[in-house]
Design a protein around this ligand. Structure first.
Ligand SMILES: O=C(O)COP(=O)(O)O
Ligand SMILES: [Mg+2]
Length: 243
């Protein structure tokens, strides 16, 4: 029997609802600069490309863009404000720890590919009790490239011992789908994250509405890798995921 396929996860919007903490840090920073706070909806549309773009877009949305040299001083301040916030166990999406445990017990190698800085991602996973599930963690600052480039995803697969057929990326946004496509692997999108639009338009191989639907979606892809997209039914989704 073939070894279970590696499963590579995105972090923000997939495993953890990081918007409240990112928003707290960004709005505190904007306040220090005499700028108005951004709304939650605006904030959610800024997440997914790493902290530098989050800060740049946040300042642009709150008045005017920062000059390039201003970004260099503002970014470390943002990272300090964000990293100082204690991890919130309630920010882990429902079903994540149990489903990761189920996949690990079934023998799936598990990796993380996020555009968050690697150290912050590792600390966050550690504080939330999730780090031990991950055999490899690659962040947005680990390589000269970040998602949507395929290199970070391929680096995770290499660190997990290779690039077998059947690996699957699980994410919430366009960068995750594009990185998976470019790496030549399948992609499952969760509908409750920060897709910046309709997640059904992302053309993933599967769209799921609850993290607990993941094992079934992985099995469906394993049995039928060359299929048109099939969505689990939205009406079956819980309402507690903020979707
Ligand atoms: O934008 C970020 O900082 C991280 O986003 P990601 O975990 O969804 O890649
Ligand atoms: Mg994400």
């Amino acid at each position: 029997m073939n070894r279970p396929a590696p499963v590579i996860f995105d972090l923000d919007g997939t495993l953890v609802d990081s918007a409240p903490h990112l928003g707290h840090a960004l709005n505190r920073l904007l306040g220090e600069w005499g700028r108005p706070a951004v709304s939650d909806a605006t904030l959610r549309s800024l997440i997914g490309d790493g902290p530098r773009l989050l800060v740049e877009r946040g300042f642009a949305a709150a008045g005017r863009p920062l000059a390039a040299e201003e970004v260099e001083s503002v970014l470390p301040r943002f990272l300090r404000l964000y990293a100082a916030l204690p991890a919130d166990p309630a920010s882990v999406y429902p079903g994540v720890p149990g489903t990761l445990a189920q996949l690990a017990a079934a023998g799936h190698p598990i990796g993380l590919c996020t555009n968050k800085p690697q150290a912050i991602a590792r600390n966050l996973l550690g504080e939330l009790g999730l780090l031990s599930f991950f055999g490899a963690v690659v962040g947005g600052d680990s390589l000269p490239w970040r998602k949507p480039a395929p290199e970070p995803l391929l680096a995770v697969l290499d660190a997990l011992n290779g690039r077998p057929a059947g690996a699957v990326m699980v994410g919430d946004g366009p960068n995750d789908v594009a990185a998976a496509r470019a790496a030549g692997i399948a992609c499952i999108v969760v509908s409750y994250g920060y897709a910046r639009g309709n997640p059904a338009d992302l053309a993933a191989d599967r769209l799921i509405h609850r993290f607990t639907d993941l094992p079934d979606a992985l099995e469906a892809i394993r049995r039928d890798p060359h299929h048109p997209i099939r969505h689990s039914h939205p009406a079956e989704a819980d309402n507690d995921l903020g979707c």
